[in-house]
Design a protein around this ligand. Structure first.
Ligand code: ADP
Length: 579
């Protein structure tokens, strides 16, 4: 079996050529042979007619034999004279009497019928093929047919040499045709091979692969079709890649963890959030067993449930690695036959945290409200139960009631301030002003309280300190800091300073109070956090002052910091951007 197109084309063409040439040679040889014997017979016929013309019916037999012998020696052909009854009258090479009757010879029969007769027969006496031609002669006389005979050797020799020449010419043509057939098969096979290699390159996704479109025959058109197909494929591939990239992009930037699992619980695809939620490497390779990424019996159970269900199943769970997370996991069976499951993890940690903060806050507020309310109720009841008659103490009771009401008022004011500051649309009314002047006013406001506490309250430095900020909110910040400093400092002084550096405006409130232990320092800005609870309550503190300070400074894009050591006082410093 020939597998190469080139060889097949060549062999097929060569076989056709070979058969055609063999057929041609065969028919040529037949035509040549017939033509030659016809021409020879024509010559013999002319000769026989010439002999017939020179014979005379009155001639004696000896004279006839002489004439025939003369004609024979002139032409080299045997000449025979046959009578109407087929008897041989005379012969140039034998005695007439020795010859049998010629009346049944085909050429003689034809000549006796008035036509020239021709025949080719093998002569047993001579051992060669002979050509016989007989013509009618001298009708009405005793003899009637002149027949000439000649061996066919010469004709055969001529025929053989003609055939050799023809065969040589045909072999030459064949060789030339073989060369041409080889070239043509080679040419087409090369073009087909080139198309094949282009299609392989197109299949491999090579953009530059292009097939030859010329010459514009069937192969050229096939090349053009391949090029069109390749362009079409590229366009579709491009569209698909674009679509895939978009999907990947969306998946990659989703905050939810998304993963596709096959029937064997191996990851087909997982986005970065999924890996992050489970504490795995960012790019989980496809085919990774799910158990290697997540060790959670609850998740395994959820996946098993999803595979058995035709609706999505979900569960809220807690993941422990790498850190504690609350997630809502939703598993959906995608294709029952392939057993694929889509697992989506929605991170609820932040929601949980906010919920907890809210719950803590409500608990804290209730707790803060309880003490003054209990106190209010207690004193009011005492008054009603006869306290009103107790002239010595009733004023004291009412004062306590007023103080507790003030405390409630302060708490509510601080809560409202915080609520206001925490609103997402909380905005600042920024203006330019002299910070030192603002500090001076606040120092003046708190001077009396400081004096009552036996403290020295001073504002250090001179000259304006220009700031751009929300003036009234900044007043609230300074008031809270001064209030704390005076509230918690038993003796010594409270010093206020302000200044600017390259990009910031700063202000510091330092005291010589009890200081704050290092472990409490990061927490004093939390809501309701108090270092010394009894003292804070005693002084009418709400536990919200510093968290209000932190909020306001944060809204300005600034920072608040604390330097403090137990026994060595505290210094609160706020820094705001200049512009
Ligand atoms: P409070 O209304 O209780 O003062 P704050 O939020 O203003 O609440 O302060 C939180 C806690 O930080 C206070 O309870 C107090 O224990 C501590 N603190 C604040 N300022 C000072 C200060 N200047 N010196 C010592 N402790 C302070």
């Amino acid at each position: 079996m020939i597998r190469s197109l080139r060889a097949r084309l060549f062999v097929a063409t060569a076989l056709v050529l070979l058969l055609a040439m063999a057929g041609l040679l065969f028919s040529l040889s037949r035509v040549e042979r017939a033509w030659l014997s016809d021409r020879n017979a024509d010559a013999l016929e002319r000769h026989a007619r010439e002999v017939a013309l020179v014979l005379d019916g009155t001639m004696p037999a000896s004279a006839l034999s002489e004439r025939l012998a003369a004609a024979d020696s002139a032409s080299g052909c045997r000449v025979t004279l046959v009578a109407r009854d087929g008897r041989v009258v005379a012969d140039s090479r034998a005695l007439a009497d020795s010859l049998e009757n010629h009346g049944d010879r085909p050429e003689v029969v034809a000549a006796l019928a008035g036509r020239a007769g021709r025949d080719i027969r093998h002569s047993h006496s001579l051992g060669v093929d002979l050509q016989y031609v007989a013509v009618p002669a001298r009708a009405g006389s005793e003899w009637a047919v002149v027949r000439v005979a000649e061996p066919l050797e010469l004709v055969r020799a001529l025929d053989a040499s003609l055939l050799r020449v023809s065969a040589l010419a045909i072999v030459g043509v064949l060789l030339a045709s073989f060369v041409l057939a080889f070239w043509v098969s080679n040419h087409f096979a090369s073009r087909v091979k080139a198309l094949e290699s282009v299609s392989v390159r197109i299949g491999a996704g090579e953009d530059a692969a292009r097939a030859l479109e010329l010459p514009a025959d069937e192969l050229g058109r096939l090349g053009a079709a391949l090029n069109r197909m390749s362009a079409e494929l590229r366009a579709r591939l491009h569209a698909l890649e674009h679509e895939r990239d978009e999907r990947e992009h969306i998946l990659a930037h989703m905050t939810d963890g998304v993963a596709l699992l096959d029937a064997g619980n191996r990851l087909v695809h997982a986005n970065a959030s999924f890996a992050e939620l489970l504490g795995a490497v960012a790019q989980v390779p496809s085919g990774t067993p799910f158990s290697e990424v997540a060790r959670s019996a609850e998740l395994d159970e959820l996946l098993a449930r999803a595979r058995a269900s035709h609706v999505a199943v979900e569960a809220d769970l807690r993941l422990w690695s790498p850190r504690q997370r609350f997630v809502r996991a939703v598993a959906t069976r995608l294709d029952p036959e392939r057993g694929e499951v889509l697992l989506v993890l929605h991170d609820l940690t932040e929601v949980e945290r906010v919920n907890r903060i809210r719950q803590d806050f409500v608990a804290n507020v209730s707790h803060e409200l309880r003490t003054p309310l209990t106190s209010l109720r207690g004193y009011a009841e005492t008054l009603l139960d006869g306290g009103l008659e107790d002239e010595a103490r009733r004023e004291g009771f009412v004062r306590v009631i007023r103080d507790q009401a003030e405390r409630l008022q302060a708490l509510l004011d601080d809560l409202l301030s915080l609520a206001e500051l925490e609103r997402p649309e909380a905005s600042l009314r920024r203006e330019r002003f002299d910070l030192r002047e603002l500090l001076a006013r606040q120092v003046a406001v708190f001077q009396a309280a400081a004096e009552r506490g036996g403290l020295k309250l001073v504002l250090e430095g001179e000259g304006p300190v220009e700031a751009t900020a929300d003036r009234s909110r900044l007043e609230q910040v300074i008031a809270n800091l001064l209030d704390n400093a005076i509230k918690y400092t038993e003796r010594g002084s409270v010093t206020v300073r302000a200044g600017t550096d390259a990009s910031r405006v700063w202000c510091e409130v330092a005291d010589t109070g009890p200081g704050i232990p290092a472990e409490d320092q990061p927490r004093v800005f939390e809501r309701f956090y108090r270092v010394d609870k009894a003292r804070s309550r005693d002084k009418g503190g709400t536990g919200l002052g510093l968290s209000i300070v932190k909020h306001i400074v944060g809204l300005h894009g600034g920072e608040v910091s604390l330097r403090s050591e137990p026994g060595a006082g505290s210094a609160f410093r706020i820094e705001l951007p200049r512009a």
